[in-house]
Design a protein around this ligand. Structure first.
Ligand code: MOS
Length: 739
């Protein structure tokens, strides 16, 4: 018996009235550090990723890529390639070439069928019986070009910048506030282009059956991705199914479909056989989007008591010509710190470099480290401890919009973090603490990431045997979706988690927002909660009680002095509940963000210039924590990401042609074991945000990386007495300053 109920919360101002169910349920599963249900499959190698399972008869594709930086492809030695061993097809379909591999950007700006915008851009796909034959033939590909590479713009300093509408705002008079301030800083920082470097390279295996396409791929937002792929192919979205049961990291690079998906789909249709296209690591670097480099000017001012009067943040980022994505670097600047005079500026330049797109915490990941490092500079200029300085400048309401905060635990995170870390022991004089060749310093940063939500639907089925099934097209990109959705259903239905099965990663399941922008847990989690709530209502009907008086625990329903097992109560029936959440007024009327504070101790070698992060500590508040272990793991990953940003990561491009110089994991440096110290993490487990959603949970996935690099560079400044404003702070830069 299936009887779906949809609970839509579109017009709700807040969820204060929502019975705070998850604080009243008694199963005791929610928030616990439960192990991942799919963990054993992953560590035993039985969880198959996109390219690890090919249908019988699969053939293989390899991308051919442009060797010029700008121009047009006018010819290809396709006939010669088709004569090579095993080659089945050479695809030069504009639907594949036009696909820009941009997160969420379904509409491509590309005008011509084979216009080249950057070196390494895919221009064809060679398909052969074996992987090796396809790769071999693609290597022999020779394109003819109308070469306009001499007109390419590679270097940000040479780009023309435009100011997107709505991206500029000001209040008060920043210039005047700067002049009149007791203390001020006017500094420029730069952050480099970076690469996602997920463990699983992008891959797609496509096959058509009865006019319908199935793609086994590695993607983050399946409902959107199916629409993008349908769009690219010119078919109805109903004709496209995407499967991404396990995803080996995405970080934003898999928010949208890439060339491999479109190419595999076209080739599979043409050949009537399944086609697998997996990207080489080098292709991942060169054809899936990068994070934009940025130049950021920060102006901050305060009065003699250290009360801030001005906040200015202007940024310059880049992307390919015509691309709409522009990294929202200033996203949290309008509301983090007090000050009546404010200015936000956002400018985008056009470069002939592989397109820029979302990468973990797009915006704050590179904006907060810069504004927070500048805050450290202003605190020092004012002679006030950086912790004390920040505590004086937390605004009561969003100073840009006047909106109240849904909640703001920043001060608590800072105080708690300072106490745990032993901040009182920070060297008062920069460059004053030495241990042999090592200069020791401490730094801190506030951590901020906006909280967002997306429309999501889930179905929960209660089986006659008292087990439950959760279904949604949500993905688990390593973040813990399987864990938290299992926990939410188990908690709501009073079941041990082993009795709950969660099925994700299939676009035929009820549509969720997917994984991106730290929205996944709150959005799909709420849809599961609401679906389970619909089931609770049905169970209450069978118990002949009010849903509010129903207690569910260990497979038993309890009302007053009556107690019955669920399987008894179901009497052979199957019950189904559907839940839908949509963002609504609550999001518009309150400023919502997740908060944190991080503290760092570094040792800088005065001989080699190398920086060792010795201790890293963070305290975070993100509403209800759904799983203490996976939440902590997200914070760990974010902080390690921040170490890479501060000290290691930079995509090096050749200024002559835009060639990526470090395009593998040997040359593109991410933190390795010795770079990562013990990391201490505390989550404020009592936090609840009644304006966020009925679960009162907020995003935590990307939170912890939004500021880490500021804690590190401020610690370096405290250790050495020198400011480093160009990321990453590599040893050559340190040595130059230390002399
Ligand atoms: Mo994230 S960059 O929104 O996957």
């Amino acid at each position: 018996m299936s009887d779906p109920i949809t609970v839509s919360l579109f017009h709700r101002m807040n969820f204060r009235d929502e019975e705070n169910l998850l604080d009243r349920t008694v199963q005791g599963v929610i928030s616990t550090p439960m192990d991942r249900p799919e963990g054993p499959l992953k560590v035993s190698g039985t969880a198959t990723y996109a390219d690890e399972d090919h249908p019988p008869g699969t053939v293989y594709g390899w991308l051919v890529r442009a060797t010029i930086t700008k121009g047009w492809v006018v010819g290809l030695n396709s006939r010669a390639l088709r004569r090579m061993p095993g080659v089945l097809a050479v695809i030069r379909d504009e639907r594949m070439i036009r696909n820009p591999a941009q997160g969420g950007d379904a509409k491509s700006p590309y005008q011509g069928p084979a216009e080249v915008f950057y070196k390494g851009q895919p221009i064809a796909l060679v398909v052969a019986e074996t992987f090796e034959q396809a790769r071999d033939a693609a290597t022999a590909a020779q394109a003819e070009y109308l070469d306009r590479s001499h007109k390419a713009v590679i270097v940000p300093a040479e780009a023309e910048y435009e100011t997107p509408r709505g991206e500029q705002s000001s209040q008060g008079d920043l210039d005047r506030a700067m002049q009149e301030a007791a203390f001020s800083v006017d500094v420029e920082y730069t952050t480099p282009s970076m690469s996602h470097a997920s463990m699983e390279p992008h891959a797609a295996v496509a096959w058509w059956q009865d006019g319908r396409l199935t793609v086994r791929g590695s993607y983050q937002m399946l409902n959107t991705n199916a629409q993008e792929l349908a769009d690219a192919l010119g078919v109805s979205p109903k004709k496209v199914r995407i499967l991404s049961q396990y995803v080996g990291g995405g970080f934003g690079s898999k928010l949208g479909i890439s060339h491999e998906a479109v190419g595999a789909a076209i080739a599979a249709q043409k050949l009537g056989r399944p086609v697998a296209v997996a990207l080489h690591r080098r292709q991942v670097f060169e054809t899936t989007h990068r994070r934009s480099e940025s130049r950021q000017r920060v102006r901050l001012a305060c009065d003699a008591e250290g009360r801030m009067t001005a906040v200015g943040h202007e940024v310059w980022v880049s992307n390919l010509p015509g691309e709409s994505f522009s990294e929202p670097v200033t996203q949290s600047t309008p509301f983090t710190w007090a000050g009546e005079n404010r200015l936000i500026g956002h400018h985008i330049g056009r470069l002939n470099l592989n397109g820029a797109g979302s990468m973990r915490a797009p915006g704050e990941a590179i904006g907060v480290p810069v504004t927070e490092a500048a805050m450290d500079e202003l605190a020092e200029a004012a002679g006030i401890d950086p912790v004390e300085f920040r505590l004086r400048n937390i605004p009561e309401v969003d100073p840009s919009s006047g909106k109240p905060f849904s909640n703001n635990r920043l001060a608590e995170c800072i105080r708690r973090g300072a106490e745990k870390f032993g901040w009182a022991d920070r060297p008062k004089q920069p460059g004053s603490r030495r241990e042999g060749e090592w200069l020791i310093g401490m730094g801190m940063s506030a951590i901020i990431r906006v909280n967002m939500m997306g429309p999501s639907t889930a179905r929960v089925t209660l089986n006659p045997d008292g087990t439950a099934l959760v279904e949604t097209d949500m993905t688990d990109i390593g973040t813990g979706s399987y864990s938290i959705l299992t926990q939410i259903a188990a908690e709501m239905l009073g079941l041990p988690p082993e009795k709950v099965t969660t099925m994700l990663g299939d676009s035929d399941l009820p549509p969720s927002i997917g994984s991106g922008g730290s929205r996944g847990a709150a959005s799909s989690g709420t849809s599961v909660m609401l679906a389970a709530k619909a089931l609770r209502k049905k169970i209450a009907e069978r118990m002949d009680c009010d849903p509010d008086d129903l207690t569910l625990k260990d497979g038993t329903a309890i009302a007053g002095n009556r107690q019955r097992s669920l399987s008894d109560l179901l009497a052979g029936d199957t019950l189904e509940g559907t839940g839908t959440i949509k963002p609504g007024l609550a999001e518009m009327h309150h400023r919502q963000a997740s908060w944190g504070a991080e503290f760092c101790e570094v040792a800088v070698s005065s001989v080699t210039g190398e920086v060792h992060v010795r201790r890293l500590s963070g305290v975070f508040a993100a509403g209800r924590i759904l799983n203490a272990k996976t939440a902590r793991s997200q914070c760990l990953g974010g902080m390690i990401f921040g170490i890479g940003q501060a000290l290691h990561e930079k995509v090096e491009t050749d200024a002559r042609d835009g060639n990526f110089v470090n395009r593998d994991l040997a040359e593109y440096h991410v933190p390795a074991n010795l770079d990562v110290p013990h990391i201490d993490i505390e989550l404020l487990m009592d936090d609840r945000d009644a304006y966020a959603n009925p679960m009162r949970a907020k995003g935590i996935g990307e939170l912890a990386t939004c500021g880490t690099a500021a804690a590190i560079v401020s610690a370096i400044a405290n250790a050495t007495g020198h400011r480093f404003r160009h990321f990453p702070v590599t040893l050559d830069k340190v040595l130059e300053k230390l002399g």
